[in-house]
Design a protein around this ligand. Structure first.
Ligand SMILES: C[C@](O)(CO)[C@H](O)COP(=O)(O)OP(=O)(O)OC[C@H]1O[C@@H](n2ccc(N)nc2=O)[C@H](O)[C@@H]1O
Ligand SMILES: Nc1ncnc2c1ncn2[C@@H]1O[C@H](COP(=O)(O)OP(=O)(O)OP(=O)(O)O)[C@@H](O)[C@H]1O
Length: 296
């Protein structure tokens, strides 16, 4: 899947309100682990930016109460675990809505890649069904409902690049440069839970003020551990740093290199070894989902 992102957000606008809702990926431009809460969850300081590489969801609302998912990932993710159905159920329960929906997922984002695809699918489901069902739940409440499903759901609902604290739910909008990224997708699934459970993960990065964080060199506290555990991630990073400043997103496996111009990123993509996969994407401080919502 070496791709130049042809199936992207810009060239696939759709005027039908129920169709083609984007669920974009995110990058963690930096990720610091600053502590651990009593419930085991880790306190983070992180900078989220969206990219124009997305899953897409279609919805058909129904008078009958069933929620039915048509998905290309049904073989690997059971319906009972799928965050899309969990999100739809949570919204239905919260609003006591009587009807249901058929939902189609076009899964383009790699899973377990640190791109937040599952959380983004959940966020898009909450936002889209709230609009289609006319249930009128506030974005703040949608983020609360979403946080139970995944730590990254609130930023996808918020829709703007953000500096985040807590487990990712305390958000301050920021506007980092909208660079071009070459994202390399190593052929390995990294479990977020396994990384956060590893005793050798550093958990004591000092908390800093946002101004210092935005001005310093950006790093990811999970990168050393993940590259040690997964040679595929180490290899991808060793290759990418020859072309651009590069690091890992989230708990991996994906790594990204930063480029000022799209052509530089595309030139590097053209050199990608045959055993690696990757795509070029643009940083977006307003998410494709937010743009879609504003077009309604
Ligand atoms: C690392 C990030 O990708 C940064 O954006 C996210 O915080 C991870 O978010 P996520 O994939 O939505 O993670 P969740 O599904 O909420 O959590 C998966 C597992 O990772 C651990 N976990 C997750 C987030 C966090 N701040 N501390 C944790 O310790 C928990 O054991 C949890 O059971
Ligand atoms: N709609 C969904 N899309 C992808 N994964 C899902 C979905 N629903 C549930 N999951 C489960 O969530 C796991 C993590 O998927 P995801 O792609 O969000 O990981 P990730 O990109 O590493 O996330 P993060 O960056 O938030 O850690 C998958 O392995 C899968 O079991």
């Amino acid at each position: 899947m070496t791709s130049t992102n042809s199936h992207n957000f810009y060239n696939s606008a759709n005027s039908d309100i129920s169709k083609h809702w984007p669920a974009p990926a995110k990058l963690n431009l930096f990720l610091h682990v600053t502590g651990q809460r009593a419930d085991g969850y880790h306190e983070l300081q992180t900078l989220f930016q969206f990219i124009d590489h997305c899953d897409y969801l279609d919805f058909q609302i129904t008078d009958s109460p069933e929620l039915i998912l048509h998905s290309t990932i049904s073989d690997s993710v059971a319906d009972s675990d799928n965050l899309i159905l969990k999100a739809a159920k949570s919204l239905k329960k919260h609003t006591q809505y009587n009807g249901g929906a058929h939902i189609w997922l076009d899964k383009l984002l790699p899973m377990g890649g640190g791109l937040g695809g599952g959380s983004s699918d959940a966020a898009t489901t909450l936002v889209a069904l709230n609009a289609l069902w006319k249930t009128n739940v506030s974005p703040q409440k949608l983020a609360e409902i979403g946080l139970v499903l995944g730590a990254d759901v609130p930023v996808f609902i918020n829709g703007f690049s953000a500096f985040a604290e807590g487990v990712g739910e305390r958000l301050i909008s920021v506007e980092p440069a909208e660079l071009w990224y070459l994202v390399v997708v190593p052929d390995v699934h990294v479990s977020t839970q396994d990384i956060f459970q590893d005793p050798s993960l550093p958990r004591d990065t000092p908390k800093l003020e946002i101004v210092s964080l935005m001005g310093q060199q950006w790093t990811n506290d999970c990168q050393k551990l993940v590259t040690t555990r997964h040679p595929q991630v180490a290899n991808a990073l060793s290759w990418l740093v020859e072309y651009a400043p590069s690091r890992m997103t989230g708990t991996g496996a994906c790594v990204f290199g930063e480029f000022t111009h799209s052509q530089q990123a595309l030139d590097a993509l053209a050199e990608l070894p045959a055993d690696m996969q990757g795509f070029v994407a643009k940083g977006m401080n307003k998410s494709p989902l937010q743009i879609r919502l504003e077009q309604l």
